[in-house]
Ligand binder design. Structure first.
Ligand SMILES: [Fe+2]
Ligand SMILES: [Fe+2]
Length: 295
């Protein structure tokens, strides 16, 4: 991607942001009553769906689990958005503030700020705890956000954004899901499309500019990023919240063929691009398989 193309992309994204920036205050009906029996995400996307544990759960337990898993994913979203904002700030600091490229990155930070507030309100409205990724994941995330370089920044951005975006799109296509949860999904999906476009362009440009030895290193750090991110989607505490044994339930989700298929298809757009560029390759491929994003 030439500098010209990079600037044109940023100009287009700034114009799109001016047209389609959504205010969660007015786009989401925060006071709307929740429906008595509707799931908060498609049943098929709940981590335990189609496991022996699932078939032994009551309808109420299943609905509660869908509610707590949405809260856990929203909390993970806030964590990832926080890390992304830090990385974008570091990315633009040495660059020319007159460029559209820098101005768009700052616009994206504005979007992520609103999203994190929206997700915080969502968790509160769902009546769920503020789930947190594991302490080790949080430490690794903070370290990565302050040291990541070049294509690592935008590969991590895409890992954080594309898989959750696909899950939210799948939710939007399901009319049985709670309208309240769908309003939040819609705001996020509309705005993430720009972020994904920006990260894809930058990643391609920076990956192609990286030297062969650096690429070997980046493949490893990017694989570590995917393992930390996907491993943080569902806090085991959600299972205790609905009366299940957290260890047993987490193991059931991890080994569920249905769950792996959900993750694999949600990650397909991302993994196709990463395989094409060579970001997934060599020994790191095993990590992508283990987390379930590659078949
Ligand atoms: Fe976001
Ligand atoms: Fe984003």
């Amino acid at each position: 991607m030439s500098v010209d193309l990079q600037e044109r992309t940023a100009q287009r994204l700034i114009a799109a942001s001016a047209k389609h920036t959504l205010d969660p205050d007015t786009e989401v009906d925060w006071e709307a009553p929740l429906l008595a029996h509707a799931p908060f995400m498609p049943w098929e996307s709940v981590s335990l769906f189609d496991t022996p544990l699932w078939w032994g759960m009551s309808p109420q337990q299943r609905q509660d689990l869908s509610r707590h898993e949405v809260a856990s994913l929203a909390a993970t979203g806030i964590w990832l958005e926080n890390l992304l904002m830090r990385m974008l700030l570091r990315h633009v600091a040495p660059l020319d503030p007159r460029s559209a490229h820098v101005q768009y990155a700052l616009t994206e930070i504005e979007d992520e700020c609103r999203h994190s507030i929206m997700f915080g309100r969502l968790i509160e409205r769902l009546g769920c705890p503020a789930y947190e990724p594991h302490r080790v994941a949080r430490r690794l995330g903070a370290l990565f956000a302050s040291t990541s370089d070049g294509p690592e920044v935008f590969a991590a951005a895409l890992i954080g954004e594309e898989v959750l975006d696909q899950l939210q799109r799948r939710s939007l296509a399901d009319e049985t899901v709670q309208p309240f949860a769908q309003q939040v999904n819609r705001v996020h999906v509309v705005e993430e499309a720009r972020h994904i476009g920006y990260a894809r362009g930058e990643l391609t440009r920076q990956w192609q500019a990286a030297s062969a030895p650096k690429r070997v290193l980046f493949r490893a750090t990017i694989a570590a990023t995917v393992a930390t991110t996907v491993g943080s989607y569902i806090s085991p505490a959600v299972y205790s919240a609905v009366g299940l044994d957290p260890r047993e339930a987490a193991r059931a989700a991890r080994t569920s063929p249905h769950r792996r298929e959900v993750l694999r298809t949600a990650g397909e757009r991302l993994t196709d691009r990463f395989l094409e560029l060579g970001i997934i390759g060599g020994p790191s491929k095993q990590v992508w398989r283990r987390v379930g994003l590659l078949g």
